[in-house]
Design a protein around this ligand. Structure first.
Ligand SMILES: C[S@@+](CC[C@H](N)C(=O)[O-])C[C@H]1O[C@@H](n2cnc3c(N)ncnc32)[C@H](O)[C@@H]1O
Length: 201
């Protein structure tokens, strides 16, 4: 069957470990905005398993949005909204409030202004107490990069010098500049991290 559904091996591998964290990190009800939804496989999986949350996928790539819409048409989940065009660096951000913002594997594969935009935009759509969840590989000041992450970082920088693994402390400082308190970091498979923030005011 040919359709617009894309599939990512990585997303299929990491979706259950991420879901386990989301079960405890996210509120039980409310709207969740996902940035950089990619194929849409994550949002379908989370929406299926967390049916009391209403999911808003987004991606600036038309191909990704087509894939998300195609997965949505196939899965017919009542708690997934049609994908929106959202570039974290540029907006426009959808009308809030959202209970949480989820962003998986974007920060290292976009220029730094996308992370600043993510923090600004997430801050604008979340009320006090809202959750910002990040997932991906990071540099950490107190330990060396795992060899796999060092090779990945080199590959990313060769593809685009503005990409690359970010220092976790720098991301935490950027979040703090936009009203987020850092709550927790959780080690995930394949040297990735879940990083959880809460909006303060
Ligand atoms: C590596 S993929 C990750 C997709 C999905 N979250 C996953 O983990 O399978 C990176 C995604 O980030 C999106 N992206 C890149 N720059 C972005 C930006 N400035 N704002 C929002 N999304 C962006 C891309 O279109 C792509 O879908």
């Amino acid at each position: 069957m040919t359709d617009d559904r894309l599939s990512s091996m990585a997303a299929l591998r990491n979706r259950d470990p991420i879901l386990d964290v989301l079960r405890t990190a996210l509120p039980e009800t409310g709207r969740v905005l996902e940035l950089a939804s990619g194929t849409g496989e994550h949002v379908m999986h989370f929406a299926h398993n967390l049916p009391d949350l209403h999911w808003q996928p987004s991606d600036p790539s038309p191909e990704a949005r087509q894939s998300i819409a195609a997965w949505s048409a196939a899965e017919r989940l009542p708690n997934v909204a049609p994908p929106i065009d959202l570039d974290a660096a540029q907006g426009p951000w959808p009308m809030g409030p959202f209970a949480a913002v989820v962003c998986i594997n974007m920060i290292h594969i976009s220029p730094w202004p996308a992370t600043i935009g993510l923090m600004q935009g997430a801050s604008s759509v979340l009320p006090a107490g809202g959750v910002l969840y990040l997932y991906g590989p990071y540099r950490r000041s107190d330990r060396p990069l795992a060899p796999g992450n060092a090779a990945f970082d080199e590959d990313l920088r060769a593809r685009n010098p503005a990409w690359g693994l970010r220092e976790l402390d720098t991301v935490i400082a950027c979040a703090a500049d936009h009203g987020f308190v850092f709550e927790q970091v959780i080690d995930m498979p394949a040297n990735n991290l879940s990083v959880i923030f809460r909006k303060t005011t």
